[in-house]
Design a protein around this ligand. Structure first.
Ligand code: ADP
Length: 409
């Protein structure tokens, strides 16, 4: 059991790719932390630096308050589970789990105790004599977890451990891993590109993009109070709708829409510094209310027309895709409403769940941060694919230059 602390950890690969920028986090004993973000955002690199498989270019790593920045992997007391489970095919499940302990010359009785206890937790007791080929994909992945568990490490690191499994098994293994974590109780850091995995498994999530942490928080916090448009668009499916427009006289004028949406008193207070400025009105598909719903009346003052395109039927719910003014929107609604598509409907905004963003910086406008600012870099926003060009910190470039001074590459 352990705490893990990263202080301004950076990774600059040979050749100059700055893969991780100033990564800092305090992980408490027993937490289940998920690093999530699109491919290439630096999740694995960060995990590998914690494991000691990649050198930390600058910054510090502490495990249980001990500086481990330059410690050898074997001295860090960490076990890593990868997406390919790499079991030894000729060995039984028992021997696969016992192997690392034998190498460490741990007494036989102790090995037996640990393997059997792990097998119990993993529900593998009846399979210990089998060879890996006689197990299903999910069972093999559990053996891979078992090999990590028997070592009783301080910290578990998992790099997309479920991505080789089919969709149904992945869902089942998610809750398995959470259950195992609850039983074993060890600090766990889990990497995935799948936001649903992150939302369902994590005690806290770290959202990353382009090597920068975007936000750290409990799942509900990220869902309700995303710190910027990237997090807002990345967490939740379908993604949050973004209506772009201008604030004027207590109203929001979405681009291409005939009528403005009135602002609530709270929103007006939030936007005191935004008169005449560009704002993005963020509203999740599940917080748009169809005109035939009973709840519509309550929010009818905050409604707008949607020109519907396709309707995606998912059984109990439907996702209605359409245009609201110049913005693409999706409304998630009960399938009983029988919206057929290619028609015009009205939807109302459940104003309690609106998140407002500065269009220039893409940052959320909150009571603590409601000064108007303009970004000095260009930001491109394309539908769901919010592409935020990060403002790179000058100090970092200075450090990189220093680091590569005198190096060949
Ligand atoms: P993720 O796990 O989020 O998909 P990675 O940590 O694997 O991302 O990669 C982050 C960035 O670092 C990417 O731009 C990737 O191309 C780069 N990268 C990863 N490994 C190396 C390496 N060994 N040498 C150079 N660049 C690398």
């Amino acid at each position: 059991m352990a705490t893990v602390k990263l202080v301004n950890v950076n990774k600059v690969y040979d050749g100059g790719v700055h893969a991780v920028h100033d990564f800092s986090i305090d992980i408490a004993d027993g937490e289940f932390i998920v690093f999530v973000g699109p491919s290439g955002c630096g999740k694995s690199t960060t995990l590998r630096m914690i494991a000691g498989l990649e050198e930390i270019s600058f910054g510090e790593l502490y495990i249980d308050d001990k500086n481990m920045t330059n410690a050898a992997p074997k001295d860090r007391d960490i076990a890593m589970v990868f997406q390919s489970y790499a079991l030894y095919p000729q060995m039984s499940i028992y021997d696969n789990m016992a192997y690392a302990l034998k190498l460490r010359k741990i007494p036989k009785e102790e090995i037996d105790k640990r393997v059997r206890s792990a097998a119990e937790i993993l529900k593998l007791t009846n399979y210990l004599n089998r060879k890996p080929r006689a197990l299903s994909g999910g069972q093999r992945q559990r053996v891979a977890l078992g090999r990590a568990i028997v070592r009783r490490p301080k910290v578990f690191l998992m790099d997309e451990p479920l991505s080789n499994l089919d969709a149904k098994l992945r869902v089942a293994m998610r809750s398995e891993i959470v259950r195992i974590h609850n039983e074993v109780g060890a600090t766990t850091i889990y990497v995935t590109h799948d936001q649903v995995e992150a939302m369902t498994m994590a005690s806290r999530i770290v959202v990353m993009k382009d090597g920068f942490i975007q936000q750290i928080g409990v799942p509900d916090e990220l869902y309700r109070n995303p710190t910027n448009m990237f997090v807002a668009g990345f967490i939740g499916t379908p993604a949050m709708n973004f209506l772009r427009g201008t604030v004027k006289g207590g109203k929001f004028y979405p681009d291409g829409m005939e009528n403005p949406i009135p602002l609530t008193e709270e929103q007006k207070a939030l936007l005191v510094n935004y008169e005449g400025k560009r704002v993005v009105y963020g509203i999740r598909p599940e917080n748009l209310i169809y005109e035939k719903s009973d709840r519509y009346k309550k929010f009818a003052a905050y409604s707008f027309p949607v020109r519907c395109g396709i309707v995606e039927k998912l059984g109990d719910i439907v996702n209605v895709h359409g245009m609201a003014g110049d913005s693409e929107v999706i409304a998630k609604m009960n399938s009983k409403y029988d919206v057929t598509g290619f028609e015009s409907i009205n939807v109302a905004v459940d104003t309690e769940y609106v998140r407002l963003f500065n269009e220039s910086t893409t940052k959320a406008i909150t009571p603590e941060h409601n000064e108007y600012e303009e970004s000095d870099v260009e930001v491109s926003l394309e539908g769901d694919n919010v592409d935020i060009i990060q403002i790179k910190k000058k100090s970092i470039f200075e450090k990189v230059k220093e680091l590569f001074k005198g190096k060949k590459k």
